[in-house]
Design a protein around this ligand. Structure first.
Ligand SMILES: [Mn+2]
Length: 465
């Protein structure tokens, strides 16, 4: 499908009109980093237009039960993949700003129902624009270019850069808007998480796409830096990636490439540079060494709030509160890390990782379903990086069903495997549903179908890995 920017701009102009005419608006946005950022962009836009609005962050399963009460209901970062027939029938209007694969064709004009989705215009919604990006494009029609940095954050939260290591398409356009206003800077850097806040040797020890001597081993990481003549401390302060010179980063890059090339099968060697370096995004108005300064770390902080059902705190921070809300967000982050460590100890102490021919898994009952994916990613670095790691847990106390989460090395995705597509097929075969990204995805399946699911998934991977 050819890219049709003109028609996308026309839809955005219609959306602008719908919003401007409305006197009370309800926003339902997805309860993840992208969705919360999307909500922050919309809410800031409506504040500035002085339009009354309410905002609620929800998971997809809530949609069938929602009631339509307001003059205009906006769905952001969700809605395109859901049946909204019960909303369409009544008098009030519906606007969808989503980037997920749409169920419906382009909306007819003047029906009071408008869906703005990049996939309708030949733009890929997994790498070119996020849900927050779509909301920013609407905000921009009102001239609010300064909200562009949140559009960048939502793209990073949505892992839109995970294959190429940078923002492309509309995401790049949004980034450029932010750069012009000196709000965001993109920097080619080592692809190591924790640029601002983590001591470098700690950040290095989390390098887990391929198991190396430094993986989960801080002493080895310190030794690694010593061998490269890179000081761990700067006086009393432990250095972070942010403190390194380009030349020092170059030395680490070369050494990691060398180590990884020895470790991976030959077919993966060509992907190694992409594993080790990529673009990072820095928010220039945020304080240096704060978790808000780096887009990736900021998105983790937002996720910590959303995964513990506290999205409103993240919303306040995104809308500019750097006082109480920021303190609360930091406390939430601390609590999140404590929770992760506790669950990791439990999984390792009880030897819960099981191996099958093509995959590995753990039964994590007792782990919150919102967090099992994060745990799966951490567990992966202790297992076999050549196979995906799958975690299972009960959806919640009221629901017997299982939440399934999968994480894998980015190398498998670079090699063309899309686990999001695969998990959706396998889940459907056992009466569930799923989807997501190539390297991070999930599903919901009936409570008694774990064994069948594993058997089918394992079979499906024959000859693929
Ligand atoms: Mn999204």
């Amino acid at each position: 499908m050819a890219v049709n920017r003109k028609d996308l701009d026309k839809s955005l102009a219609k959306a602008n009109e719908m919003v401007e005419k409305a006197e009370d608006i309800k926003i339902y946005s997805h309860i993840d980093c992208d969705g919360i950022s999307a909500g922050a962009i919309l809410s800031s836009t409506l504040d500035r237009l002085e339009i009354d609005h309410e905002i609620e962050f929800i998971s997809l399963d809530r949609i069938p039960k929602l009631e339509k009460k307001n003059e205009l209901t906006i769905f952001s970062d969700l809605g395109s993949g859901q049946d909204l027939d019960h909303f369409v029938t009544s008098q009030s209007k519906v606007l969808i700003l989503d980037h997920h694969p749409p169920l419906r064709k382009i909306s007819p004009v003047g029906s009071g129902f408008l869906e703005v989705n990049p996939n309708h215009y030949g733009l890929d919604g997994s790498h070119q624009v996020s849900g927050g990006g779509m909301c920013y494009l609407l905000a921009r029609t009102f001239g609010f270019y300064d909200l562009s940095w949140i559009g960048v954050l939502s793209a990073i939260g949505d892992m839109q850069n995970n294959l190429s290591g940078k923002l492309v398409g509309l995401n790049k356009e949004i980034l450029d808007d932010g750069a012009k206003l000196n709000l965001v800077e993109s920097v080619n850097d080592l692809a190591i998480y924790g640029r601002q806040t983590r001591p470098l040797f700690v950040a290095l020890s989390y390098f887990g796409d391929v198991k190396l001597p430094i993986t989960n081993n801080r002493n080895e990481s310190i030794q690694f830096l010593k061998n490269l003549d890179i000081p761990v401390n700067n006086g009393k302060k432990q250095r972070t990636l942010y403190d390194l010179s380009q030349e020092e980063k170059g030395r680490i890059f070369a050494e990691l490439v060398r180590m990884l090339s020895r470790e991976v099968p030959p077919r993966y060697v060509r992907y190694i540079p992409r594993l080790v370096a990529g673009d990072a995004y820095e928010f220039l108005r945020e304080e240096k060494y704060s978790p808000l300064r780096d887009a990736s770390e900021f998105s983790t902080a937002i996720n910590a709030c959303s995964r513990h059902q506290n999205p409103k705190v993240a919303l306040k921070v995104l809308k500019g509160d750097r006082g109480m809300a920021l303190d609360e967000m930091e406390a939430q982050g601390k609590e999140h890390r404590r929770y992760l460590a506790e669950k990791m100890n439990w999984i390792q102490g009880e030897d819960r990782i099981q191996n099958m021919k093509n995959l590995q898994y753990f039964q994590g009952n007792g782990i919150k379903s919102e967090v099992v994916g994060t745990i799966a990613g951490m567990v992966l670095s202790y297992g076999d990086w050549r196979k995906p790691m799958i975690g299972f847990t009960r959806i919640n106390d009221e629901n017997e069903g299982l939440k399934v989460s999968l994480r894998c090395s980015r190398l498998l995705a670079f090699d063309g495997i899309h686990f999001g597509h695969m998990i959706s097929q396998v889940a459907a075969k056992v009466g569930g549903s799923g989807g997501g990204h190539s390297v991070a995805c999930g599903a919901y399946i009936p409570g008694d179908k774990q064994d069948k699911f594993l058997e089918l998934f394992n079979e499906q991977l024959n000859g693929v890995l």
